[in-house]
Design a protein around this ligand. Sequence first.
Ligand code: NAD
Length: 264
Amino acid sequence: TAGLLRGKRGLIFGIANNRSIAWGIARAAHAHGAELGFTYQGDVLKKRVEPLAKELGARLIGHCDVTEPATIDAVFAEAAAVFGSIDFVVHAVAFSDKDQLDGRYVDTTEDNFAKTMLISCYSFTAIAQRAEKLMTNGGSLLTLTYYGAEKWMPHYNVMGVAKAGLEASVRYLAADLGEKNIRVNAVSAGPIKTLAASGIGDFRYILRWNEYNSPLKRTVTIDEVGDTAVYLLSDMARGVTGEIHHVDAGYHVVGMKRPDAPDI
Ligand code: NAD
C-alpha cells in the first residue's frame, strides 16, 4: 500500500471485536504504516481486543471506560510514555440503553438521555482535550456518526440526538484546534452489522432498505470506512477539517424509495 500513515502514531478507541468499525479503521491504518495504540472497555472485551492488538503489533493497549475520566487520563498518560507525541485519534464509541432504541423518542428517560450524551457525544470532546496536549506536531481527530443525526430514522431516537450533538462538536472542536493544526472530522457511515448496531430495533430492515435504495445499491463494509478514515487521518486531507464525510454508498443523497426497489 501507499503508506499514507508511515511515521504516524495514533490511538483507536472503540474496538469491541473483529466486526467493529474501529477494527476496520485499525487494519487500514496499520496497512498504511501507522503505529497504533488500542483501548478496550472492561475485562469482557479485553479478551477479544488483546489478540487483535497483537495481530497489528499495537504498542499500547489499555482499559478505557469514558464514563470514568481517570481511565481516559491513564490511556493518554501511557500514550505519552510510549509514543511521546501522537498524530491521530479515532473515536468509535457510542452507547444507549437498548430498550430506548426502539419505539418512540419522546419516551426517552432523563437518565438514559444523560448517559447516551455522555458516552456518545461528550466523550469525543473529553478525548480531544487530552489529545490536544500530545499533538505537538498537529494532528487529526476522527469520530463516527450516522445519518440519523440529520434526519429522523426509525428506532435511532436518542442516539440521533446525541449524534447531532457530536456532529456539532466536530465543528466547534475544528474551530478551536485549527490554530494548532489539529483537524477534526467525522465519517458518517452507512448501516453495518456490528455489536452496537444489534441494539437498534429492526436493524435488518434498515440494512435491506439501504441496500435497495442507495445509489451504489449495496451497504458499506468496515474496510471501506477504514480506507476513508486513512485519508482523513493522513496528510492527504491536510486541508480538510470540520467535515462530516459520508461513507454510505451514497444513501444520504436519496430523497425517497426507488420505484424499482422491492417491497420489504
Ligand atoms: P461496536 O459495538 O463494535 O463499537 C462500539 C464501541 O463503543 C465498543 O467498542 C464499546 O466498547 C464502546 N463503548 C461503549 N460504551 C463505552 C464506554 N462507556 N467507554 C468506552 N467505550 C465504550 O459498534 P460499531 O458499530 O463499530 O460502533 C462504532 C461507532 O460507529 C459508534 O460511534 C457508532 O455509533 C458508529 N456508527 C455505527 C454504524 C453502524 O451501522 N454500525 C453506523 C454509523 C456510525
